[in-house]
Design a protein around this ligand. Structure first.
Ligand SMILES: [Zn+2]
Length: 409
């Protein structure tokens, strides 16, 4: 028996399904201030599972009750690489349980689908990664290199889990990563980036009956809003066209004048300050400095058009740039072979509309990342979230054979 068929023979479909269900049944919505509202319980479950399977395990307490769990087999050495199968343990809120047909943490199995919060995003992907890596141990195949499974915290918010990982030795030595997020098992070589920019206009407070006595920052917001289409156009020019992703967009999402905490809105008062938040989505091709320069341009244009105002911007979150890897990358080639052998079909390529933990791995470590995992990409964060069992099992097979191929190459 070849290593390949040994691995496939070791992956048990029922086990992948039951592991997914077990993970869904442990709620892991992060609720600030609630000691029960963390990833701790599901992380402990993953840790116990990995230890029983014979993985070396490292638990990184990123924040109180919020541990990254890292399991691995094999070692990195000269000429031997380290590959990460990446998942996150947090899930977004279930919302109103009454709106669900099945209980959000019940993990009901109905007609070949598992229902529940995290079914697609992404406890199924995590389960598939765990079973894929364990298949090496069970089949008695020592990977040529290091195969790492990472169950990280806080992907849905500030991504503190992956940000921590990249500062630690096991993170810094990574050579590549497969991000197991729901992408219908497509090989996604690109992810859109996101920058939230808060543009703040300072004018001069005055009585609404005597506007000439002040400088109205709200009028200047109007100028900025009119500039948005031009900014979007410039970004589209600066960024590469993508076959799988929408071109860059700039969307105003919050307008406040005066901003909360800075003043009290009153009908007869021109506020001293007003601000607009721009949600900027990007494709690859522009770096952080390029984005900063474009936002500066908007600020200076607004100042030029509105005498007496001061316009500044600040990032609301740390930049998440778009990422893109080449088809010729060893990881991509390994995954193409992995999909062919595991799923018996030609690979399908796609793109990730938002950012993932992979964004941080790519930005901070410069390593190639590919996003590929079970679940319809439109389903996450909705009620009646589900995943197709066949996709989950296929993902486990793809991960195992892609890892085998990548580490052997
Ligand atoms: Zn996710």
């Amino acid at each position: 028996m070849t290593a390949l068929s040994k691995l496939l023979a070791t992956i048990d479909a029922d086990e992948v399904v039951e592991l997914t269900r077990a993970l869904i049944r442990i709620p892991s919505v992060y609720r600030p201030g609630d000691p029960e509202g963390t990833e701790a319980r599901v992380a402990a479950f993953v840790e116990g599972w990995l230890r029983r399977e014979g993985f070396a395990v490292l638990v990184q307490e990123v924040a109180p009750g919020r541990p990254n769990v890292i399991g691995w087999i094999g070692e990195k050495a000269p000429g031997r690489k380290s590959l990460l199968l990446e998942g996150h343990t947090d899930v977004v809120t279930e919302g109103d349980p009454a709106e669900w047909t099945w209980p959000p943490f019940g993990a009901e199995l109905v007609d070949g689908r598992i229902y529940g919060r995290g079914a697609a995003d992404m406890k199924s992907g995590l389960a598939a990664a765990m079973v894929a890596a364990a298949a090496f141990i069970r089949a008695g195949i020592a990977p040529k290199g290091k195969l790492v499974v990472g169950a990280l915290v806080d992907e849905e918010d500030g991504m503190i889990g992956v940000r921590h990982l990249v500062t630690t030795p096991i993170g810094r030595e990574l050579d590549a990563a497969i991000i197991c997020e729901p992408e219908e098992n497509e090989i996604c070589l690109e992810q859109r980036g996101v920058v939230w920019a808060r543009v703040r206009v300072r004018g001069k407070m005055a009585h609404g009956a005597m506007p000439e006595a002040g400088v109205n920052p709200i009028s200047c917001l109007g100028v900025i809003l009119r500039e948005v289409p031009a900014l979007e156009k410039r970004l589209r020019k600066a960024c590469q066209r993508s076959r799988h992703l929408r071109p860059p967009t700039v969307t105003p999402t919050i307008i406040q004048g005066p901003p909360r905490g800075v003043g009290v809105p009153q009908s007869n008062v021109i506020p001293a300050v007003a601000e607009v938040t721009l949600d900027v989505r990007l494709t690859a091709g522009i770096d952080a400095d390029g984005i900063r320069a474009e936002l500066e341009t908007v600020c200076r244009q607004a100042e030029g058009a509105c005498p007496g105002v001061k316009v500044e911007w600040e990032p609301v979150n740390s930049f998440r740039l778009a990422t893109r890897v080449d088809k010729s990358e060893a990881l991509v080639q390994a995954m193409i072979r992995g999909v062919r052998r595991a799923a018996g079909r030609a690979p399908r390529f796609g793109g990730v509309p938002g950012s993932t933990d992979g964004t941080i791995l790519r930005m901070e470590l410069g390593i190639p990342i590919v996003t590929c995992g079970p679940g319809n990409r439109l389903i996450p964060h909705q009620v009646n979230e589900y995943v197709d069992v066949t996709e989950v099992v296929e993902a486990a097979r793809i991960y195992a054979l892609s890892a085998l191929s990548y580490l052997e190459a």
